[in-house]
Design a protein around this ligand. Structure first.
Ligand code: F6P
Ligand code: MN
Length: 334
């Protein structure tokens, strides 16, 4: 097929148009692509190679780890720690910041990642993904926690890879959102979804309704109005989806619009929401905004939050602009 643009070509050409860009970023992105291709292969092989099931351990957040949580975390670290493009890393699966081993040079970027998002779905053969966020770092330093605690609006790049029926990478460097599909025959990501934009007209929502009794009034009101359908104040019927993989929900919304909520939860005051700011909410928030959508806690733009902790949780409401604006308005009124 003619004119197939690979991810590498796309990034090199995009970077050429930006002043003062050195090419290191393209190399870093290639490191991430290599890691994600390895993960894609393992996810695809599944039980043939015995990688499914529980690891019978817990991560720093008290969640039971799957074998694949640990394997994919190691793949990411081992693909990124030696190349000289990073000054440090952070992962959902590791309590502290991850240092670059002394024997390797340090670069000018930080990578933060959720190596296997939606891993509760891995054993039932549903879509999972890898989410990453790239931040700048002063060159040549050994970064401290403070160097990582940057606002989402300062991200250089954000992306996620979806291990679904096709393996796809969704990427933004702050110039729109582009989607690439992995051609398994040649091992390259090919640009298949240029300039992704979120349709604004929607009647689909995603929320884990089993938590309803813990929601605040504005979210109760919004969902109640959707459920009333044609007979209610919205005057139309709504559809509902819940995949329990953030990457899959976000991809669906990028493709056909809709709204996703993991709102403030009154269950445990130490956990305001479920999703983690730095390697879940910030990267998907950057992508959603670049595709014309909105990403909010209900009270604040996600990308404006000054992080206080590597693993802090935030309420997340994201998707088509008119719906998220409506939910934010309910929060202001509430
Ligand atoms: O990483 C957290 C996550 O697995 C997301 O991918 C997903 O959106 C959510 O949690 C699912 O939550 P629940 O277990 O409440 O359905
Ligand atoms: Mn996750």
């Amino acid at each position: 097929m003619a004119n197939r643009i690979t991810l590498t070509q796309f990034i090199i050409e995009q970077q050429r148009e930006l002043p003062g860009v050195s090419g290191t970023f393209t190399l870093l992105l290639n490191d991430i692509v290599t890691a994600c291709k390895k993960i894609s292969h393992l996810v695809n092989q599944g039980d043939l190679i015995g990688v499914l099931g529980s690891a019978e351990s817990e991560n720093v957040q008290g969640e039971v780890q799957k074998k694949m949580d640990i394997i994919t975390n190691d793949i990411m670290i081992n693909a990124l720690n030696w190349t000289g493009h990073l000054a440090g890393m952070a992962s959902e699966e590791v309590d502290d910041i991850i240092k670059i081993p002394d024997q390797y040079p340090k670069g000018k970027y930080l990578a933060l990642f959720d190596p296997l998002d939606g891993s509760s779905n891995i054993d039932i053969n549903l879509t999972v993904g890898t989410i990453f966020s790239i931040l700048r770092c002063r060159e040549g330093i050994d970064p401290t926690l403070e160097d990582f605690l940057q606002k989402g609006c300062d991200q250089v790049c954000a992306g996620f890879v979806l291990y679904g029926p096709s393996t796809m990478m969704i990427l933004t460097t702050g110039h729109g959102v582009n989607g690439f599909t992995l051609d398994q025959d040649i091992g390259e990501f090919i640009l298949t979804h240029p300039n992704m934009t979120i349709p604004d007209e929607t009647s689909e929502f995603a929320i884990n309704i089993s938590n309803q009794r813990f929601w605040e009034a504005p979210v109760q009101q919004y969902i109640d109005e959707c459920l009333q359908g044609k007979e209610g104040p919205r005057g139309k019927n709504f559809n509902m989806r819940w995949v329990a993989s953030l990457v899959a929900e976000v991809y669906r919304i990028l493709t056909r619009g809709g709204v996703f909520l993991y709102p403030l939860d009154m269950r445990d005051p130490s956990k305001p929401g479920k999703l983690r700011l730095m390697y879940e909410a910030n990267p998907v928030g950057f992508i959603i905004e670049q595709a014309g959508g909105v990403c909010s806690t209900g009270r604040e733009r996600i990308l404006d939050i000054k992080p206080t902790d590597l693993h802090q949780r935030v309420p997340v409401i994201l998707g088509s602009k008119s719906e998220v604006d409506r939910i934010v308005k309910y929060h202001r009124q509430g």
